[in-house]
Design a protein around this ligand. Sequence first.
Ligand code: GDP
Ligand code: MN
Length: 383
Amino acid sequence: MMLLEHDAKVLLSKFGVPIPFGFLTEHADIALTSGMPCFIKAQVPVGGRGKAGGVVLVNSVEEANRELKRLLGNKLKGHQVRGCRLEAPSGGVECYISLMLDAARGRIAVLISESGGVDIEEQSTAGKVKQAYAGFDAKSVADTIATLARDMAPANRSAIIDASSSLVQAFFDLELTLVEINPLFVRDDGTWLAGDAKLVADDNAIERQPLLLQLLKERGHAYPEAALKIDHGFDFVRLDEDGDVGLLTTGAGLSMQLVDELSRKGCRPFNFCDIRTGQFRGEPTRLIQTIRWIGEGKSVKVILMNFFAGVTDLGELSKLFLAAREQTADIKIPIVIRLIGNGLETAISNLSAADASLVVETDLDKAVDRVVSIATAPAFKRG
Ligand code: GDP
Ligand code: MN
């Protein structure tokens, strides 16, 4: 999970990272009275906001409200802007630091530079970013940074060394896979401020990270998918708000394969889903929730349900599905059902007894083809 800049900054400040004064707003019409000039920064989980018009300096209250109105509720680099951070401008030399987990090497990639900012990629090509791998402990990171920063200007070197000690603590304590500060503003006297913060948490570690759990509890709406996984224990990821196919599927690998295959065949999958049939505990809750979420997709024309049952009994599952369908009767999206595994016969008879239109397909290719033909049919109108 990549944190939004605002949340990353607030979190890092708990580890001693100095951040510019600022606050988050989700409304464009806030009554500002002073504090100009200030930066308005769109909160989307992606870099390069500056170049895309998502970071702007405003000089008056009117301009601030106008920029907020332009950004909030609209898309920036493919992401919905749900919030903006208003921030006091800070000055200084734009430096750069990042710590990134290299899982394959079991090491931490350390990158630092005295020429940070929006053109960091070019600076890197120009050889102005120093890189080395550190061992998986704070001392090794500190030693690596000290060596890399050896030839830097004294103020920059001391700021980067100071920053790294707080950042490495956050990196380990929060089980991050990436922490990046760009720009890291350094003043002449070596004091510094995090101008931007990019922080990526390991999705599988969130459950045991109190600060991240608290963030999801308080700001779940800003991280809908991560919040879902924590609250409901399964994966549901919205891929394309205008998608035409909803997936009610289990198995992460198989579901991803279906997303790829449907895309190749000209469809636009609305979501990814790994519903984990083994954990239903006799309740249709997950099925109901998933059908409801898919129903929120205004362009979804068909749902592909694909359950490959190993441990799960399809006879039981079919009953849960019928219960879920009854409770989501208002969502009139056709469902193509593909089932294979234990209790298939019982499932088929349960489903057809309840509704003759519920035809079970056992061949996955055929099920996909039916989905494709419904999704790509020209004059479709959802009832
Ligand atoms: P990004 O483009 O998504 O990485 O967003 P940043 O937060 O890094 O902002 C982009 C650029 O805006 C930075 O590299 C700075 O050059 C500039 N910027 C952002 N905040 C400030 C600030 O407080 N003071 C100054 N002088 N420049 C800033
Ligand atoms: Mn940046």
